[in-house]
Design a binder for this molecule. Structure first.
Ligand code: MSP
Length: 645
C-alpha cells in the first residue's frame, strides 16, 4: 500500500429516533460503497459512522419510556449495529457522542473557542424546532413553521453562548470560490449560498440551559453544548483531537468525504468549516449532499405511513438486491423513489436475467462442453465479435473508476451492466451450442474462455456494491485471489488455462409479486415498534388515571398570563377544585361557565403562574384549534363527580 493513500469517509451520525427504513440506510450504503471501492484500489480507508446521542428530543423519548437517556441511546445503538451487520456495512469505527473521549474533547474545544473569543455569552431569543433541534429566525420560517419539517416552532429566550459564525462569512465564501470541488452537488451549494449568505450569517447559539441531556460546559456547567457543536466535532474527536494520542488525526485529517443528506448540508457546509477555521484546522476535502429516498413522493417516515423495515426486503430478496436497487436506481445527489414494484422488476431483469443468467449459462456450458475446464488458446486469431467484447471489458474498469472518483455511482454501475449485456449478446452471436455440434473445439474453447474472463472482470467492480454475490461468482469460475486484484480487471486474459469452473446456486432467483411478498410479520413489527410498544400501557395502568365529571362554576383570568384561566370546578367533593387551564385563546369566560367536562382528578398539583392547579381538563387538538371534551349530558342525569371509564 502506498504511503499517503488514505481515505477518510464519514456518514452523519444518526439520531436515535428508532426509525430505520430504506432511506435511513441509503447514506450509509453509499458511504459503504465508496469505502469498499477505495479499499479495493489500495487506499487505507477509515470509514466512520455512529450516533448523535444528546439533546432534548432524546431526553423526552427516554422519559416517555421510563428509562434513562443513556439506556435509551444504548438500546438504539444495539439495534443500529444489528442493522448495519445485516447490510454488511464495513465501517471501521462506530462513534457515539456519549463516548467519554468525545465528551472531554468537546469540552476542551468549547473552552478553546471561548478563550479565543470565538464563543461569547449572550441572550438567545429565537424560534426553536424541537424535532429538528434547530433554531430559526422569523424570516427563515415557511408559513410560520419549521422550514425543514413543517412543524410548529416555539419561541425561546435564554442565556446562551454563541459561536461567532458571522466573523467567518467572508472567509467561507472565499473558500467556496477557491475550492469549487469542496461542496457538491453544485446546485446545493448555490442554493445554500443564496438562502443563508444572502441574508447575512448570524452568530450561532451553541448552548442551552434548559436541556439536561448534553455535554456540560466546563467553565459554566448550567449550560449544555447545543447539538451541532457537539455533533459536528465528532469527525475530529473520533480521531483523538485534543488528546495526546493524535496519531489518527495526523493520519486521516482532513476528511476526504463527508456524506450527508440534503437537509443537513447547510450545517456541514457553513457551521462545520467555520468551526474548523476557528480551530485552525484544515477543511475536509469534500462535502456531498445527497437527496432523499421517497416513497410515493414523501420522505419516508412513520407519520406518512410509508415506512417499512429494510429487513423485510432483505428477508424476501437478498442484501445485494436491496443494495443494488438503492445504489443504481437513485441518482446520487438527487431524490429518488423507492417502489416495491420497480424493486421486483429490477431484480428480475437486471439481476436475475442479465447478471444471473450470464453466469449460470456460461458455467453450465463450460461444464457441458469441456468438463468444467477453461482452456486458453492464444494461437487462434480473434474475430470481430471477440475484439468488441475484449475492448469493452478493458474500458469498463477505466470508465468505472472515472465515474466512481466523480461520485457518479449510477453511471459507474451502468458501465458494468453495459459489459454484462455485451457478454450476453456475445453468447447469442458466437452460438457455442452450434460450435459444439460442429465439434469446433478450438473456437468453442476460445469463446468460453472469453466469457469466463469477462465474468471475472465484471465481478471485480461488483465488489464495491455487492457483499455476497462476487464471492459466489469467483467460486463458480474458480479464480484465485491474485486473479481478482483490482488492477487485474484492466487486463484481458488473466485466467489461466486449466481453471476449473463449477456451476453453483442461482445468484438471483426470480421474484413473484404476491400478497405475501414484503409482508410485515408480527415479529418484524415487534422489532421496529419496540420503542413505541414500551409506550403502551396496560388496563391496570390506565385505571390509575382517575377521570371524573366536573362542572365549571367560576372562571377568571390568571393575572400574569395571556393563556391561563383559573377555574373553580365542582367534581362532587365538599369544596370546589381550583384548576388552571390554558384555554384563554380558545374560549371566552362565558362559554366555559357551567359546562360539564372531563377532569383528571388524581394529578399531582402543579403551580402555574403562581396559582396551584389541582387537576386537569381534557381537551382535543393543539395550537390553532383546541376543543374541550364536554359531556353530552343536557338532561343533567350524570352528577358532578361521576366516574368516567
Ligand atoms: N444527527 C444528525 C446528523 C449529525 S452529523 C454531524 C442527523 N441525524 S438523522 O438521523 O436525522 O439523519 C441521518 C442521515 O439520514 C441524514 O443524512 C439524513 O439525510 C438521512 N436520511 C434520513 N431519512 C432519509 C431518507 N428518506 N432518504 C435519504 N436519507 C435520509 O441529521
Amino acid at each position: 500500500m502506498e504511503e499517503n493513500k488514505k481515505y477518510y469517509i464519514t456518514t452523519p451520525i444518526y439520531y436515535p429516533s428508532g426509525d430505520f427504513h430504506v432511506g435511513t440506510c441509503y447514506c450509509t450504503l453509499m458511504a459503504d460503497t465508496l469505502a469498499r471501492y477505495k479499499r479495493l484500489r489500495g487506499y487505507d480507508v477509515f470509514f466512520m459512522t455512529g450516533t448523535d446521542e444528546h439533546g432534548q428530543k432524546i431526553q423526552e423519548k427516554a422519559k416517555a419510556q421510563g428509562i434513562t437517556p443513556k439506556q435509551y441511546v444504548n438500546n438504539f445503538t444495539v439495534r443500529a449495529k444489528e442493522l448495519w451487520k445485516i447490510l454488511d456495512i464495513s465501517y471501521d469505527r462506530y462513534m457515539r457522542t456519549t463516548d467519554d473521549y468525545h465528551v472531554k474533547a468537546v469540552q476542551k474545544i468549547f473552552e478553546k473557542l471561548l478563550k479565543k473569543g470565538d464563543i461569547y455569552k449572550g441572550e438567545y431569543k429565537g424560534l426553536y424546532c424541537t424535532p429538528c433541534e434547530s433554531f430559526w429566525t422569523e424570516t427563515q420560517l415557511v408559513d410560520g413553521k419549521c422550514p425543514d419539517c413543517g412543524r410548529e416552532v416555539k419561541e425561546v429566550k435564554e442565556e446562551s453562548y454563541f459561536f461567532r459564525l458571522s466573523k467567518y462569512a467572508d472567509r467561507l465564501l472565499k473558500y467556496y470560490d477557491e475550492h469549487p470541488e469542496f461542496l457538491e452537488p453544485e446546485k446545493r451549494k448555490n442554493e445554500m449560498i443564496k438562502n443563508f449568505f444572502d441574508k447575512g450569517l448570524e452568530d450561532l447559539c451553541v448552548t442551552r440551559t434548559t436541556v439536561e441531556w448534553g455535554i456540560k460546559v466546563l467553565s459554566d456547567p448550567k449550560h449544555t453544548v447545543y447539538v451541532w457543536l457537539d455533533a459536528l466535532t465528532n469527525y475530529i474527536t473520533a480521531l483523538g483531537y485534543t488528546t495526546d494520542n493524535d496519531e489518527m488525526m495526523k493520519k486521516y485529517w482532513p476528511a476526504d468525504l463527508h456524506l450527508v443528506g440534503k437537509e443537513i448540508f447547510r450545517f456541514h457546509s457553513i457551521i462545520w468549516p467555520a468551526i474548523l477555521m476557528a480551530l485552525d484546522l484544515p477543511l475536509p476535502k469534500k462535502i456531498f449532499g445527497h437527496g432523499w429516498l421517497l416513497v410515493n413522493g414523501n420522505k419516508i417516515s412513520k407519520s406518512f405511513g410509508n415506512y417499512k423495515d429494510p429487513r423485510v426486503y432483505i428477508r424476501d430478496t437478498s442484501v445485494d438486491a436491496l443494495r443494488y436497487y438503492l445504489i443504481k436506481e437513485v441518482t446520487f445527489g438527487e431524490d429518488g423513489n423507492f417502489s416495491e414494484d420497480l424493486f421486483v422488476e429490477k431484480i428480475n431483469s437486471d439481476l436475475s436475467n442479465d447478471l444471473g443468467n450470464l453466469v449460470s449459462r456460461v458455467t453450465a456450458m463450460v461444464e457441458k462442453y469441456n468438463d468444467g475446464i477453461v482452456v486458453k488458446n492464444e494461437k487462434l486469431p480473434t474475430e470481430d465479435i471477440d475484439n468488441d467484447l475484449i475492448e469493452t471489458a478493458k474500458s469498463t474498469i477505466a470508465n468505472f473508476e472515472k465515474y466512481m472518483d466523480d461520485l457518479k455511482t449510477n453511471a459507474a454501475i451502468s458501465e458494468i451492466w453495459k459489459l454484462i449485456s455485451k457478454a450476453n449478446k456475445y453468447i447469442d452471436l458466437s452460438m457455442p451450442w452450434i460450435l459444439a455440434k460442429e465439434n469446433n473445439k478450438d473456437r468453442l474453447n476460445q469463446v468460453l474462455y472469453n466469457l469466463v474472463e469477462t465474468i471475472r472482470i465484471i465481478a471485480i467492480p461488483l465488489q464495491c456494491f455487492f457483499v455476497e454475490t462476487p464471492k459466489k461468482i469467483f467460486d463458480q469460475i474458480g479464480v484465485k485471489a491474485e486473479e481478482v486484484a483490482w488492477d487485474s480487471a484492466k487486463s484481458f486474459g488473466v485466467i489461466k488455462s486449466g481453471t476449473r469452473v463449477s456451476k453453483g446456486e442461482i445468484l438471483f432467483p426470480r421474484i413473484e409479486k404476491t400478497e405475501e411478498l414484503f409482508k410485515v410479520e408480527e415479529e418484524t413489527e415487534k422489532v421496529e415498534d419496540e420503542e413505541d410498544k414500551k409506550g403502551i400501557i396496560t388496563i391496570d395502568e390506565l385505571d390509575k388515571v382517575e377521570l371524573k365529571v366536573g362542572q365549571i362554576k367560576e372562571v377568571e383570568k390568571v393575572a400574569k398570563s395571556k393563556k391561563l384561566y383559573k377555574l373553580q370546578v365542582d367534581v362532587g367533593e365538599k369544596e370546589l377544585r381550583t384548576i388552571v387551564s390554558g384555554l384563554v385563546p380558545y374560549y371566552k369566560e362565558e362559554e366555559l361557565k357551567d359546562k360539564q367536562v372531563v377532569v383528571v382528578t388524581n394529578l399531582k398539583p402543579a403551580k402555574l403562574c403562581g396559582v396551584e392547579s389541582n387537576g386537569m381538563l381534557l381537551a382535543a387538538g393543539d395550537y390553532d384549534v383546541v376543543k374541550l371534551l364536554v359531556l353530552d349530558n343536557n338532561n343533567g342525569t350524570l352528577e358532578n363527580g361521576a366516574n368516567i371509564h
